[in-house]
Structure formats: structure tokens, C-alpha cells
Design a protein around this ligand. Structure first.
Ligand SMILES: O=C(O)CCC(=O)C(=O)O
Length: 314
């Protein structure tokens, strides 16, 4: 994709002030088409999982799909053009530690209750920039993300309480006393647009009662000055899915590690063929833009221990 992407001071100020900025750049049509095609495969391969909770399609032990499919999501998540924007807000040392497809089907798409991401994640000190990429148009009608501008600025995680329900994607909900929902702003995006948001931002989204699907792919990056602390492991559950961070693989994408992060855990057999990713991500020859809507799978990057079938993370 475009390697010349750079956020200007106005956009950086918006990120610092509001905790979320809509990127002035958007995915090229060919990339969007490729991602939407990958999404269709992901949904087909995971028909028994809530489509709002397709956690880490970029890793072979994430949702069940073939190794080549995981490699494609990995390419999307490590696109140097996107990582370059993230480095502008996080600093030069960038780790990819997670991703998720939040696909809300028409009419039945579930609510994502108000929360702060920091409530859920084993990163110390808490720091992450999430890039939320719209794979469909995301509007107030189909349940686009909503957020409270500036709510990240306290730099703390407020009280959350447990609320479980079949209509919910996440079960830790922010105490309503912590914020004023009338301040909420819509993160409305056209397909191919994306926004960046901070780990302390208060956000959530309504159920999708419209006749149009709302799918987004979110990529999580942390600065390598923080530790992905697997000892904090707290089992996560989402809409019928249960998973753990204890074996989650992470990658250093740019710069250097400053916090003794472990880049071997979870890379096990499935990752035997995956090179350690580093600054050479910035080499466009390594991640060429797809020439068509059918990018060539990079099979060599992953190897599965079970004849091409992936292990679920749980
Ligand atoms: O997809 C949504 O509406 C919310 C996603 C979210 O909570 C996140 O990316 O942190």
C-alpha cells in the first residue's frame, strides 16, 4: 500500500485530544476487495463461532481456517503503511499483539457494551493503539463504533462490572457513573476507511438492527516499551468463545524491544517457518500490494502441525 502515508500534526492532535482519529487515508480498492474475500472465507470456516468474536485471524492457532488464510490476515496486519501510522502515535518500537474481526450480521448483530480496552489486556504499562478497519460501511444504523472523545486522557481504567448476555459481545461493562453517554460520538466509516484509537478510550457499539451487515477488522499494536505480561493471564470470554493470552504469539514489527518481551511463546510448531519480523517490514518488496483481489497465499510463512488444519487457541 502507500508508503508515503503520514499523519499531519492536525490528525496527531486529534488523536491526542480525542483518543481516536479517522485516518485521512483509506485502503486501496484492491486491498479492500481482498480483505472482504478473506472475510467471507473466515465466516464460512467458522460458522459455529459468533461472527463478532473472530479473534486473531492472523495467527494459525486463531480461528479455524487454513494456513494460507492466516498468512493473508497476517499480511493485512503487518502492512508497513499502517504500521507506519501507528508508529507516529506509539513511537518507533511497535509490537503486533492481537487482532479481531467484529462482524455484526444484519438484524442480529450483538451489542458491544461501553468499555475501555485496558480492562481486558495483560499489557503493562497499559498502552495500545487499535486500528479499526471498516470492511463494510459502518453507520449509526448498523452499529458503528461509538466513543467518548477525550475519555482516554485520565490514563486510567474505571470501574467495570460483569454483565453477561446472549446479546452481548463483551461481558465487562463500564460503570455508567464513569461517563456521560450523551457525549458519545459515532466512528462512522465507509468501507476501506479506518480509525485509530487509544487503549483508555471509552467506546462500545449498539446492536445491528438494520438490514446491512457491519464488519470491521481491528489490529492491536503496543509500544515495545511495555510488556505483554502473560503472567497476568486472565481467561477471556466473548459471546460463547473462551480464550487465554498465555500462549499468544506477538511480533516486533519495528524498532527494538525495550521491555523483555517474549517473541517465542506461542510461535511453536505452527510458527517454525515464520521469520522474526523486524524493520525489514518496511521493505516494500517483502509485502507487495496485492495485484488482484486474489492475493497469492504466502504458504512458506506458516507451517501447520496438522496437515494444514489449524488448532483453535483454546
Ligand atoms: O467493533 C466495535 O464496535 C467495537 C470494537 C472494539 O471494542 C475495539 O476495537 O476495541
Amino acid at each position: 500500500m502507500e508508503h508515503g502515508w503520514k499523519l499531519d500534526e492536525t490528525h496527531l492532535d486529534t488523536y491526542r485530544r480525542d483518543g481516536l482519529v479517522v485516518s485521512p487515508f483509506r485502503l486501496p480498492d484492491a486491498r479492500l476487495a481482498a480483505m472482504r474475500q478473506s472475510l467471507e472465507q473466515l465466516l464460512r470456516d467458522n460458522a459455529d463461532t459468533a461472527p463478532e468474536s473472530l479473534v486473531c485471524p492472523h495467527i494459525p492457532n486463531g480461528p479455524r481456517h487454513d494456513v494460507a488464510a492466516a498468512a493473508r490476515w497476517f499480511q493485512y496486519a503487518t502492512d508497513p503503511a499502517i504500521v507506519g501510522l501507528v508508529a507516529q502515535v506509539l513511537g518507533p518500537d511497535v509490537i503486533l499483539w492481537g487482532s479481531q474481526v467484529f462482524c455484526k450480521p444484519a438484524r442480529t448483530g450483538r451489542t458491544i457494551p461501553w468499555h475501555q480496552d485496558g480492562q481486558y489486556w495483560p499489557i503493562r504499562p497499559l498502552a495500545t493503539c487499535s486500528v479499526w478497519i471498516a470492511l463494510d460501511d459502518a453507520t449509526p444504523e448498523n452499529g458503528c463504533m461509538r466513543y467518548i472523545p477525550g475519555s482516554h486522557r485520565a490514563g486510567s481504567v474505571f470501574e467495570h462490572r460483569r454483565r453477561e448476555g446472549d446479546d452481548l459481545v463483551l461481558f465487562d461493562e463500564l460503570d455508567p457513573a464513569a461517563f456521560d453517554a450523551t457525549d458519545a460520538r459515532d466512528d462512522a466509516l465507509e468501507a476501506g476507511q479506518f480509525s485509530l484509537h487509544d487503549i483508555f478510550l471509552i467506546h462500545g457499539s449498539e446492536a445491528n438492527r438494520s438490514s446491512r451487515r457491519r464488519a470491521g477488522f481491528v489490529i492491536r499494536y503496543m509500544p515495545a516499551t511495555s510488556l505483554f505480561d502473560r503472567s497476568i493471564d486472565r481467561r477471556q470470554d466473548q459471546a460463547g468463545l473462551s480464550f487465554s493470552f498465555s500462549r499468544r504469539p506477538i511480533w516486533l514489527l519495528r524498532g527494538a524491544d525495550r521491555a523483555a518481551n517474549d517473541f517465542t511463546i506461542g510461535h511453536g510448531e505452527d510458527f517454525a517457518a515464520v521469520p522474526r519480523i523486524s524493520d525489514d517490514l518496511q521493505d516494500p518488496r517483502r509485502f507487495p500490494a496485492p495485484r488482484s483481489a486474489h492475493p497469492t497465499p504466502t504458504r512458506a510463512r506458516f507451517r501447520s502441525s496438522r496437515g494444514g488444519k489449524l488448532r483453535p487457541e483454546t
